[in-house]
Design a binder for this molecule. Structure first.
Ligand code: SF4
Length: 211
């Protein structure tokens, strides 16, 4: 039997493909879908953000809230915040590491005037980062690392904005006004958060961004 393993994930002694499939919920044969069947072309999906104030409206079709990054212009940031229970999982940390590794290779540090925080989602995730050398990598490029726990996403601890004019790009899951301080908080993916920390403006990630 093959251990359940995707990309860089650690092999598990307990999770196996067959076991996962057996636990999955499957439709009955010939099931009718009231909402119809929607086909999504993943190649057309581009990085986007939710504008400050309401995570529910993060759709680019609504011009008042949510936009493709390519359409928002130069949005300078003061804080990049990755992690929490939402974006501090093993795969998220691997995304931060991917960007930080490219930055390190290019001789970059976190942009002057920007604070980049990564909060591990659990002790297990932190251990993975240490085992992979990512913890050291993060420190080398200037990331502020935070141990697991509820933090800036409930307005507590490092990473909370202090003044209304501060701008944050964050991979947490909520950006209601005032939840993480008085500033403006854009929601984005872990890759966007990490890329933006080095450019100083909200940026979508691509492997040649720092080349
Ligand atoms: S405040 Fe909520 S979203 Fe943030 S880390 Fe705690 S449980 Fe997760």
């Amino acid at each position: 039997m093959t251990p359940f393993m995707i990309g860089w994930f650690r092999p598990s002694r307990t999770l196996r493909v067959e076991g996962q499939k057996a636990r999955s919920v499957h439709p009955d044969p010939g099931a009718h879908y009231d909402g119809g069947v929607h086909t999504i072309d993943l190649s057309t999906i581009v990085p986007m953000v939710a504008h400050p104030g309401d995570p529910d409206q993060g759709v680019p079709s609504d011009p008042t809230n949510g936009a493709n990054i390519s359409d928002i212009g130069q949005v300078s940031i003061n804080i990049a915040y990755g992690g929490s229970c939402t974006a501090g999982k093993e795969d998220d940390i691997a995304y931060y590491a991917e960007v930080c590794k490219a930055a390190q290779k290019a001789g970059l540090k976190v942009k002057e005037g920007v604070e980049f925080f990564i909060q591990y989602g659990s002790g297990q995730v932190k251990q993975l980062a240490e085992d992979r050398g990512w913890h050291e990598l993060f420190q080398d490029v200037g990331v502020n690392l935070i141990d697991p726990g509820c933090g800036a996403c409930i307005g507590a601890g490092p990473g909370v904005s202090i003044t209304p004019d501060q701008v944050t790009v964050s991979a947490i899951n909520r950006n209601f006004q005032g939840r993480s301080g008085p500033g403006k908080l854009y929601l984005a993916s872990p890759l966007t958060v990490a890329a933006s920390a080095f450019t100083g403006v909200i940026s979508s990630w691509h492997p040649k961004l720092f080349v």
